[in-house]
Design a protein around this ligand. Structure first.
Ligand code: ATP
Length: 247
């Protein structure tokens, strides 16, 4: 009898432990935004990188460092669906992505890549920022206030009707960040956002990045910029000799 009670209690304890493990695993899965296993990129015979695993959590910031030519831009471009690579498995927002090629629509919607030298259409700053929303089929009356808010956020409201080809490098980068922000990406990929900027232009761009994370995006920033690498709360990834180190 006592053995029976004991085993019942044990079973209950084990069941509870099992339940708490399950809850823990579920919470961990929820926290994980992107999980990639076996990510290889080749250019002809050259294996540029062979990454065992890449884990990106929700609402988190990472810097991706590495020597010139290590493959930082390439890795961001692969994650953003702009280049192909071999990928053994990919999980995004709790779902297994069974086919990575062609790049799935859901990922295209959730992951936004911002180029080091953003290409802007020769229309107006406002049109550039709203472009992605228009392509998504949003109505002009929905787009207008979102664009106005994003322009104020990026400090480019005074440039709203300016032809983007006339903007400085820093202004272009801020417009590109605003264009990405209005899409509310789950994951934002920033390719050397402060390269070729100095002084106030560089500081203005750096100041925008934490506010994008506060707004709910995870961010991976490929860079060599010490001030970005040392932003508080930023986790470090390093591409070295074709492998990815989580630091
Ligand atoms: N289409 C291509 N064919 C062959 N090699 C390529 C191609 N595209 C890129 N590479 C090479 O892949 C390597 C990685 O380039 P990538 O731009 O990703 O490096 P990076 O780490 O971002 O460098 P940097 O810090 O200088 O920007 C470089 O050696 C580059 O020459």
């Amino acid at each position: 009898m006592s053995i029976g009670i004991h085993s019942q209690i044990s079973a209950a304890v084990y069941e509870n432990e099992g339940e708490s493990q399950r809850v823990k695993r579920r919470d961990e899965r929820r926290k994980a935004l992107l999980g990639v296993r076996g990510l290889r990129k080749r250019h002809g015979d050259r294996l540029l990188f062979d990454i065992d695993r890449l884990e990106i959590a929700t609402h988190s910031a990472y810097v991706l460092t590495g020597m010139n030519g290590a493959g930082k831009s390439t890795l961001l471009r692969v994650l953003g669906g702009l280049e192909r690579a071999e990928i053994d498995s990919l999980r995004f927002a709790g779902e297994d992505v069974l086919r990575v090629h062609p790049y799935p629509r859901a990922l295209r919607r959730a992951i936004v890549y911002v180029h080091q030298h953003p290409i802007l259409f020769s229309t107006s700053v406002a049109d550039n920022i709203g472009y992605g929303l228009v392509v998504r089929g949003e109505k002009p009356e929905t787009v207008r206030p979102v664009v106005a808010e994003a322009m104020a956020w990026a400090g480019v409201a005074h440039l709203r009707d300016t032809d983007p080809t006339r903007l400085s490098g820093g202004e272009k980068q801020r417009v590109a960040l605003a264009r990405a922000k209005v899409l509310e990406p789950r994951l934002l990929l920033l390719d050397e956002p402060t390269a070729n900027l100095d002084g106030a232009a560089r500081e203005q761009v750096i100041a925008l990045i934490p506010t994008m994370i506060e707004a709910g995006s995870s961010v991976i920033i490929a860079c060599h910029d010490r001030d970005l690498i040392n932003l508080p709360g930023v986790q470090r990834l390093k591409l070295r000799d074709g492998h990815l180190e989580h630091r």
